[in-house]
Design a protein around this ligand. Sequence first.
Ligand code: VAH
Length: 318
Amino acid sequence: MNKILIIGACGQIGTALTEKLREDYGNENVIASDIREGGKEMMESGPFEIVDATSKERILEVVKKHEVKQVYLMAAMLSATAEKYPQKGWELNMTSLLAVLDLAKEKYIDKVFWPSSMAVFGSTSPKINTPQQTIMEPTTVYGISKVAGEHWCNYYHEKYGVDVRSIRYPGIISWKSLPGGGTTDYAVDIYFEALKKGSFECFLSEDTRLPMMYMEDAIDATVNIMKANPECVKTRTSYNLAAISFTPKEIAQEIKNYIPDFEITYKPDFRQDIADSWPRIIDDSAARKDWGWEHAYDLTSMTKDIITNLKKHEELLS
Ligand code: VAH
């Protein structure tokens, strides 16, 4: 069995990805790692290693120890935090990627997944049905690091035959694992606040439409692109991926179907400029055509699933 290493396993996507890969491939075959230990379920369900994602030596040590053949590099500093710490954001996002790509080039590992983001697009990119290939002039450190990373992935594939696969995640929404430092994170926080307080102050304006995706769909896409036959993965920079696009006003309306007295107020902050530079609706037809991507959740079914699960897990609301 090709063992899998997840770097950044304790993050919002990493947590869900660890659970899914352990379910699919067996707990002992999926090594979770992060800069600090994770929650009880992660630590008790399979092997865990402390790994600094920027240390190629430490990653190689773990790859050798567990005979790892596939790496999912999920560690990154997201858009809002990277604007506060530009140098650290660039260093983490780039040094970690080049370390893992080099290990693949040196044949220590066979296959790499690396997440890009819709943040690669900027204000000069078409906002509606943003194409797979178009103008990409990001105005965030995070977006700049993701555009650079995409070209590094393509370079290592073309020049060294590295099998690296990537998707441009939109905003990801989950109830089990919380995000950190993202501009789209309002769409996670709103559910928790609605159930805890019945109200939410949104840091984006009510009509800020952004591409979003339920975590279940994001994990499904991640696992499927890694399972795809190499010849189906025609794009080796990164694939556009989309599911739903909504505004804070629209998600608040969905929540009111369950909490009629829920109130939302708007107090845009520095993240409004970031959101305004991103697409409204993304064209992901290439992913659908090349490796069969399709989403399962829309805003209504996602809201129902989140509210239902948060009510079942009241400990998450304390
Ligand atoms: C962020 N959730 O907000 C991430 C994502 C496109 C958004 O990359 O930074």
